[in-house]
Design a protein around this ligand. Structure first.
Ligand code: DGL
Length: 295
């Protein structure tokens, strides 16, 4: 089922004034991604911060971000933030590695509320986990080229060797539902070959779709390598950040509350809800379509 959210006119102009005044600890968290993948981050927030409300935006009309330029991703991210800020959100989670790598500074600059991306939490955990100081990162081309995982890791420990591998074919395979499939296995092994050869002991799943391949990757590489799921680390760090800022929702949610989680997309709401229902612990009945180019 889909529904159009109309009349975006003038929203951008009035957001920052109105929103800041109305925000409380019970306001929702704005979560956004290029499409479906950020649902792995939303899922971790639902599991680990069950009192929190979420407004999710998936840019399904313009996915993938992973092969686009910085300018484009910054423009898309700004439009999404303008839309999310119309929803009286108290914080923003950039649930997309590519948008985090290329646009987090610009999002922080304009947001006026706390912003967290997926890269820093994942990078921090990788530094803690590695014993031999060799960390592998698998991600989209744009994320690998932006080197943000490397930069964050080196700020913490310059001695850690970070090896990046772009894996552009994995996103379409996940979206096709080919998760336990020998073709996907072959692709994973081909991509991981070099990293394994270099002896990484820690591997960051640096794209929001990859946590869905976690058990398949684990099966293929054995149990000697620590897998880092930035989606989980982000939810944990989000909880700490909300607490520090006095924005944690400590009131248990009324289970009969009709819409603690709201979903918006820029296209193809039906495919989005099918995917959401296949991975989320809640029933997603509708996703509303937003004309995001108007924001
Ligand atoms: N969500 C993106 C990421 O985590 C992957 C999909 C895309 O390329 O847009 O990098």
């Amino acid at each position: 089922m889909s529904e159009i959210v109309s009349d975006a006119s003038n929203v951008a102009a009035c957001v920052s004034n109105t929103v800041a005044e109305n925000v409380t600890a019970s306001s929702p968290i704005g979560v956004f991604d290029s499409g479906l993948g950020g649902l792995t981050v939303a899922r971790e927030i639902m599991r680990n911060l069950p009192n929190e409300r979420i407004v999710y935006f998936g840019d399904t009309a313009r996915v993938p971000y992973g092969n686009k330029s910085k300018n484009t991703i910054v423009r898309y991210s700004r439009q999404i933030v303008r839309f999310l800020k119309t929803q009286n959100i108290k914080a923003i989670v950039i649930a997309c590695n590519t948008a985090t790598a290329l646009a987090i500074d610009e999002v922080r600059e304009m947001a006026g509320i706390p912003v967290i991306g997926v890269i820093e939490p994942g990078a921090k955990m990788a530094v803690k986990a590695t014993a031999n100081k060799k960390v592998g990162v698998i991600a989209t081309r744009a994320t690998i080229h932006a080197m943000e995982y490397t930069n964050v890791i080196h700020r913490i420990d310059p001695e850690v060797k970070v090896l990046g591998q772009a894996c552009p074919m994995l996103v379409p395979l996940v979206e096709e539902g080919w998760i336990h499939d020998r073709i996907t296995d072959e692709v994973i092994l081909r991509y991981l070959d070099d990293l394994l050869e270099h002896g990484v002991d820690t591997l960051i799943l640096g794209c929001t779709h990859y946590p869905l391949l976690r058990s398949e990757i684990r099966k293929l590489i054995g149990d000697k390598i620590t897998l880092i799921n930035p989606a989980y680390e982000t939810a944990i760090e989000l909880g700490q950040m909300l607490e520090e800022k006095g924005l944690s929702n400590t009131t248990p949610r009324n289970l009969s509350e009709p819409h603690p989680y709201r979903f918006y997309v820029s296209d193809d709401a039906g495919r989005f809800t099918d995917f959401a229902n296949s991975i989320l612990p809640v029933d997603v009945k509708t996703a509303r379509i937003v004309p995001i180019e108007e924001y």
